[in-house]
Write a protein that binds this ligand. Sequence first.
Ligand code: NAP
Length: 294
Amino acid sequence: MVAKIIDGNAVARHVRQECKEQTQALKAQGVTPGLAVIIVGDNPASKVYVANKVKACTEVGLASTVYAFEADTPDTVVEAKIQALNADPAVHGILVQLPLPAHYDAKRVLACISVDKDVDGFHLYNVGALAQGETVFPPCTPYGVSKMLEYENIPVAGQNVVVVGASNIVGKPMAMMLMQRDATVAICHAKTRDLAQFTILADILVVAAGVPNLILPQMVRTGAVVIDVGINRLPNGKLVGDVDFEGVRQKASYISPVPGGVGPMTITMLVHNTVQAAKRSLAGAEAQLTESLA
Ligand code: NAP
């Protein structure tokens, strides 16, 4: 068996087209979805991510503004900016680019973002809502994985899913999202004993550990769906995921490549969440108007 490659760029294009159409419809009603991005310090990778987010917004027709602060900016200044953006009706989504400099309490900063504008889905309220199955904004990377499965019509309900990686931004929300779709989910992490004992049971294996070649063919069931979230730069400069792509490809039914797999989906789902936030704010404004006229 040779796996079908899930083309993340194609899925991203499809979702972005939907976002574009929804944005045009919103604009026709006088609302331009707006994203505010806060970046603190000069982490080169963060700068690239932010530039890519702005580019994606522009392509789809969203308004986006970047607020860049020096690394030594007091956290109170950044928090005050977030509060001002919370109150700004032209801003529908607020994103704080992580990581923040070490002297910041990232949790406290994220907690300042209005729940309705938390398009990254990292606010504690939104994390709790996801756990309760009342998702407000699904975190973008696992949401992207979920969309890729949907796009390929890969059934999730009743499937054995193994998520390798238990971070707050990928592994844990991924597990919760797929549990919501009625999968049976196991989460593995660095202290999991005998990882292969779990991965071999997976109908759907999602890997987000940040370890090149962590998943070898003998760890994967024949016919499994394998989604590789990992992004690793090898010493020779090559970008690879966490899965031995060429080896596992011979056994899996579907596999996502790196690059060109989950990567393009993450930013796309940020755009998607921002458009949803704008739609909700318009629906809220209309409901208020109806109430005041009643
Ligand atoms: P993270 O915060 O470092 O978490 C890594 C997780 O993997 C942790 O739960 C860790 O376990 C687990 N882990 C590490 N080594 C392991 C091993 N040998 N066996 C099993 N589990 C292991 O990383 P992250 O932010 O979740 O990101 C994970 C990877 O995805 C990275 O390569 C990152 O670059 C990539 N990523 C890609 C995108 C995208 O858009 N494609 C977005 C976000 C992240 P412990 O909890 O026990 O430490």
